[in-house]
Write a new protein. Structure first.
Length: 228
């Protein structure tokens, strides 16, 4: 049955009998768009916030679980994921087309969660190594779904299929095939991280690489990832 914790994000459809346990920074907006277009009753709910999960949602989801519906998630290489989250949530700025007052407010809130002793404007000037050095003891790592370990986000969830961001199109096509939906001819790409031609390995020093390996050890072991 559905385990109640405050970082759970779920999309589900009673008509198509599926539950998607969502992990931030794994192509969620693209897949949400595709499923919402294909399923008229696809509903996204979370613990708290604008999409707060209601008691009726818990009941419906647990009914789907009891009927052995198809459940799935998508995960991502932890080193790549933390770089993407840093670029998309911390290092964005006024030149980025999606930078709005609401985005800036969220950005500053994350900066304070990372280090409350500093002004967000100072935090934004810091480089990736500094960020990784301060992440382990921060509220950002403990409480924010973009930086939490994926195993923690999915804790207690019964999942039939775990796709991979690195094989995104193949994973999405498998999901649509299992659900019984028409497979999209071409996948859109939404919510792209801050444009950069750099591979995620470019951002890591020896020390930051080791820190991430320790922070996300459970993800690395469960999903079989390596730095590469």
């Amino acid at each position: 049955m559905l385990e109640a914790h405050d970082k759970l994000n779920v999309s589900y459809s009673e008509n198509m009998a599926f539950i998607w346990f969502r992990v931030a920074k794994t192509g969620t907006r693209t897949l949400n768009h595709l499923l919402s277009e294909a399923c008229t009753d696809c509903r996204y709910v979370a613990r708290g916030g604008a999409k707060a999960m209601q008691a009726s949602d818990v009941e419906r989801i647990n009914n789907l679980i009891g009927k052995h519906c198809f459940s799935f998630s998508i995960v991502r290489n932890p080193w790549d994921r933390v770089v993407s989250a840093w670029l998309n949530k911390i290092k964005i700025g006024p030149r980025d087309p999606w930078y709005t007052p609401k985005v800036r407010e969220s950005q500053y809130r994350m900066c304070r969660a990372l280090d409350p002793s500093l002004s967000p404007t100072i935090t934004l000037e810091k480089d990736f190594d500094w960020f990784i050095q301060h992440l382990p003891e921060s509220k950002l790592f403990r409480n924010n779904v973009h930086f939490m370990p994926q195993t923690e986000i999915l804790s207690g969830s019964e999942i039939d299929y775990v796709g991979r961001f690195e094989e995104y199109e193949q994973s999405v096509r498998h999901i649509f095939d299992r659900i019984g939906l028409a497979i999209p001819a071409k996948l859109p790409h939404e919510n792209i991280s801050k444009p950069s031609a750099k591979d995620f390995r470019h951002y890591f020093s020896k020390e930051s690489k080791a820190t991430v390996a320790k922070l996300y050890a459970a993800d690395i072991e469960r999903y079989g990832y390596s730095y590469g």
